[in-house]
Design a protein around this ligand. Structure first.
Ligand code: 5GP
Ligand code: MN
Ligand code: MN
Length: 338
């Protein structure tokens, strides 16, 4: 990790230097929270020419529309073409940055990330696979830059940390994670209010949509060498009938993965005529990032995704075919655990 280079790159910004912050397509709480929290920190340092953006549709999911720092956001089409410094958040590979990748070649680029599958693109790497969220890396860099936490920065970093740890439930919820959460909470932010907004507020139509999509969940007990796979799909027509935006489907994987009979769970979400965004989770028998990489995507051992082609059932069949080669062998060093 290039901490000294990252600090030097920020400190050597010329007066009036232009900074562009980018995060991955279809941003989640960690992508937006770490990017905006860090952006607010740069603003405290006196950086004035500051933009944040992400590729694809410039729509911020409703649960994140109260995040501090949203005024930093611009549509990708309007993002500074020739910044003096680029910072990239929560993206494991350039493919997650769409057309914004060209910015990485035009200025020093600091990549903050925590995916083990990170391809080490960009010039300055702050990539820590042991970090529970990219916001952990972002907080470290803010500290090294001497930026104190305030409530706005803390709320952004807290949303990022809470989303990526599944509200402090996953195995990477280490003492250090709780210590960071304690530092953030000490600023006075309200965890109950934030959690209700992020995790527990959905439009009524989304509840009806969840009912329909969950009712077609399928269990395949023989998949993954008998560890089992459970999956469902949602079409663009489902969304239209219930008047819902695609991001309302994100929490569904957390319901599907509850099925006790399956180690692997998937939600296949239609994004085009024959195109699907796939979310996969594992309880530990399968390394789903290997499945995702084999099918053109990426992610973590226990949470990964890719873009699938064909019908939903064809996508599910393709996943099933990859599961047997992605079984985790607890005897092989480095394969067991998270
Ligand atoms: P989610 O299911 O929450 O969308 O994504 C879980 C994990 O898989 C995330 O850490 C994300 O980085 C990764 N991921 C999801 N979709 C894709 C994809 O299309 N390509 C790549 N490279 N990674 C993905
Ligand atoms: Mn993410
Ligand atoms: Mn993340």
């Amino acid at each position: 990790e290039d901490w000294a280079a990252a600090v030097a790159a920020v400190r050597s910004l010329p007066a009036g230097g232009r900074v562009l912050l980018i995060c991955h397509v279809n941003p989640d709480g960690d992508a937006l929270g770490s990017m905006l929290g860090f952006g607010l920190g740069l603003r405290r340092l006196g950086v004035r020419q500051l933009q944040a953006t992400f590729p694809g549709p410039p729509e911020v999911p409703e649960p994140f529309r109260a995040l501090p720092g949203l005024d930093l956001l611009v549509p990708a089409a309007q993002a500074i073409a020739d910044p003096d410094l680029v910072l990239c958040f929560d993206a494991a590979s350039e493919s997650r940055l769409g057309d914004l990748v060209d910015r990485l070649d035009r200025a020093p680029a600091i990549v903050l990330d925590h995916h083990a599958s990170n391809t080490r693109f960009g010039g300055i790497h702050l990539v820590d696979p042991a970090a529970a969220a990219t916001s952990v890396v972002a907080e470290r860099l803010l500290t090294r830059l001497g930026v104190p936490l305030d409530q706005e920065i803390a709320e952004c970093l807290y949303v990022a940390l809470a989303t990526d740890t599944g509200s402090f439930r996953f195995d990477m919820t280490t003492p250090a994670v709780h210590e960071m959460a304690a530092r953030l909470l000490a600023t006075g932010i309200r965890p109950g209010e934030i959690s209700r907004r992020i995790f527990d507020t959905r439009p009524f139509g989304a509840i009806r949509l969840y009912g329909e999509v969950l009712s077609r969940t399928t269990l395949d007990p023989a998949a993954a060498g008998g560890h089992g796979m459970v999956w469902t799909y949602a079409t663009q027509d489902d969304l239209a009938r219930h008047g819902q935006r695609p991001y309302v489907l994100e929490p569904l994987i957390d319901s599907v993965r509850c099925a006790a009979e399956a180690d692997v769970s998937c939600v296949v979400k239609q994004t085009g005529t024959r195109e699907w965004a796939v979310s996969m989770r594992s309880k530990g028998a399968v390394d789903v990032s290997r499945v995702a990489v084999a099918l053109g995507g990426g992610g973590h051992r226990l949470a990964a995704g890719f873009t699938g082609r064909g019908t939903a059932h064809e996508v599910a069949a393709a996943i099933r075919d990859e599961l047997d080669t992605a079984l985790i062998d607890p005897e092989v060093p480095g394969q067991a655990g998270v």
